[in-house]
Design a protein around this ligand. Sequence first.
Ligand SMILES: Nc1ncnc2c1ncn2[C@@H]1O[C@H](COP(=O)(O)OP(=O)(O)OP(=O)(O)O)[C@@H](O)[C@H]1O
Ligand SMILES: [Mg+2]
Length: 374
Amino acid sequence: MTQEPEATTILVVDDNEANRALARHTLEDEGYRVVVAADGAAAIAAFEREPPDCVLLDVRMHGLDGFATFERLRALPGGVEVPIAFLTALRDVETFDRAARLGGADFLTKPVQPAELVLRVQAMLKLRRLSAELRDHYEELKRQRDALQRLQLQKERLTAFIVHDLKNPVSSMDLHAQFLLRERGLPEPAREAAAQIRADAAQLLRMISNLLDVSRADEGLLAPRRAAVELSALAARVAVELDAQAKAREVSIAAALEPLTVDADEALLHRILSNLVDNAIRHAPAGTSVRVSASRDDAEGVTIRVEDDGGGVPAELAERIFDPFVQVDAVDRKGARAGHGLGLAFCRAAAVAHGGRAWLEPSGRGACFCVSLP
Ligand SMILES: Nc1ncnc2c1ncn2[C@@H]1O[C@H](COP(=O)(O)OP(=O)(O)OP(=O)(O)O)[C@@H](O)[C@H]1O
Ligand SMILES: [Mg+2]
């Protein structure tokens, strides 16, 4: 007993004209009858005039907001049976919790993809027709879905916190250390301390950025901004940036590449190199060198290699170390606690986002990490 879309009325309540038009076109294309209302009062009038089968309700509106409108609609005759979904650009946990507490049938965050809007409306309409037993099952599923959606919103908040509240003070620490280093009469111990602050700040920024991009990649949101990048210049820059760290471990960096231009996201490529060279420095024995090289061929495009003469990685772990938070040994050869196992996960995610790949090449000695970019 499926209900024909033509017999089905959807009430769309939104004070934004463009949003109303988009929802209307999307749902009318599916054959639904769509009634629109530009505010809460108009929604109540429309609901009484032509009782809908489903309501899409914007949360933030002038006059009666979505929550107040929801309660008024629920109090109308037939108002309890009609599924009402909240639609909002507010991606915070508080708004979500309030919507869930009130009993919203669904919670959609803008921008909503047309295909998703149709699916969610279909699901709500189907639910209305289910038997009581199936409805119980659905309620359970909905509880689980809500819990997942809440977690997702919490994760977004955490990500936003990392970007703004952690990155900014770390960048500012670095700027202050640079300021100290420009001071002419600065005693050598203070100069060393300032240089150490700069190295630590760079390390922290690298980890924050990795965490951020690994989580972006999980959501398919890591999009490279491509441009022509001169690889040899970039490798030389990374060698300079990591020089102090290499010296502290008595390791040298050999990164003199032939000129080679790649079509890639410079910032991402920069961090791929920094992560691989940073790993190599931390594993290379004193007195050895970390070697960066690159070659172009038809099959892989450009392949970048970072090699060292350290202990390498056991063959059985060669794939697993590219997973987030996987470390062979969290303590490096100097007994210092290394990072968190996000560097290689980032490198792989960034390579894949470019359409390339990242892998560990079996080699006789040490480790040889490769990244290819088509
Ligand atoms: N050049 C290398 N030689 C030997 N082992 C390596 C090398 N590079 C990485 N590994 C191993 O792979 C693990 C994962 O590396 P990854 O860069 O992802 O994390 P990390 O360096 O431990 O921490 P992070 O990069 O997040 O600061 C390392 O913990 C280490 O065990
Ligand atoms: Mg690392």
